[in-house]
Design a protein around this ligand. Structure first.
Ligand code: NAP
Length: 277
């Protein structure tokens, strides 16, 4: 099986274009072992970017991640996020310390502002830069920031990514946000790439999947991954889903497939406000 393509972040770190999400993990003790196995399966298949957040399960998802990466921390590119309510100078430092403790590591590779709140972006960015200097995080980025929000980042600030909702049924970012990120050389990280499963029964997706001998999830992921500079982070809490998702990198969508999908999920004709889940 071919390796997942690598996307190079502005800081020079190469990360796999297909990573793993964790929202919802850690909430049910009865599912924990399966979640750890799913993440470890993904690591073994080269999906070594793991996305988590202090918000997920109020820290419980970070604890699942800690267990999954135990003994193989150096293989993993760990992404976590600070809540906007903790995004002031002191709050960021404290939230990061708590995340490091739960993750049982000494550094987070990429620390994101989960979404924009009341704290000025400049203050959050300064707090991130301090954490970089201290070695607690290797780099920082943002999430759920639209074009206008990116323009409000302090001059010279260099986020490594903007993590946003992007999938076949949420094509709004194609109009302005993806082009803007491309101009700024910021790879986008697409969250909810299978729309939390809601996309998977769509007839057009099923039709394209049948033609490839693939599953609708694989087609939805291959569609997001058709962009060279986009990272997709599907969440799968069963190892079967992880293996299925991993195989999406083998799917090559033809111009005809893309036309079928465009007809069912039309691209945006004008700017739409960025949606979030
Ligand atoms: P998602 O990845 O689009 O969908 C996850 C759901 O799809 C789960 O129910 C999963 O089931 C199912 N699934 C996964 N692979 C499948 C397959 N091959 N076949 C059938 N079903 C499959 O949605 P998401 O969890 O919202 O987004 C992914 C990650 O992005 C999150 O986990 C989180 O890390 C991040 N995220 C970030 C933000 C933000 O504001 N920055 C917001 C949302 C999400 P199982 O779990 O049963 O395998």
């Amino acid at each position: 099986m071919a390796d997942p393509r690598t996307v190079v972040l502005p800081c020079g770190s190469g990360v796999p274009a297909l990573g793993q999400g964790t929202w919802g993990m850690g909430e049910d003790p009865g599912r924990r072992a399966a979640e750890v196995l799913a993440l470890r399966t993904g690591l073994g298949l080269g999906m070594t970017l793991i996305d988590t957040a202090e918000m997920y399960g109020e820290g419980a998802a970070e604890e699942v991640v800690a267990e999954a990466v135990s003994g193989r921390r150096d293989e993993v590119f760990l992404v976590s996020k600070v809540l906007p309510s903790h995004a002031d100078a002191r709050g960021v430092a404290e939230a990061c310390r708590r995340s490091l403790r739960r993750l049982r590591t000494d550094r987070i590779d990429l620390y994101l502002l989960h979404w924009r709140g009341a704290v000025p972006l400049e203050e959050t960015v300064e707090a991130f830069e301090l954490l970089v200097r201290e070695g607690a995080i290797r780099s920082w980025g943002v999430s759920n920031l639209d074009v206008e929000d990116l323009a409000d980042l302090p001059p010279g600030a260099g986020p490594q990514t903007d993590q946003v909702l992007y999938n076949l049924s949420r094509r709004g970012p194609e109009h302005s946000l993806l082009p803007r990120c491309r101009e700024l050389s910021i790879p986008v990280m697409a969250y909810s790439p299978v729309e939390q499963g809601r996309l998977l029964g769509h007839p057009a997706l099923r039709e394209v999947a049948a033609a490839h001998g693939a599953t609708p999830a694989q087609i939805a992921l291959a569609w997001v991954l058709r962009h060279e500079d986009i990272i997709a982070i599907p969440k799968a809490s069963s190892h079967g889903h992880v293996e299925e998702n991993r195989a999406a990198v083998e799917v090559d969508l033809s111009a005809e497939d893309l036309a079928t999908l465009d007809q069912a999920f039309p691209p945006p004709r004008s700017k739409r406000p960025l949606e979030m889940l």
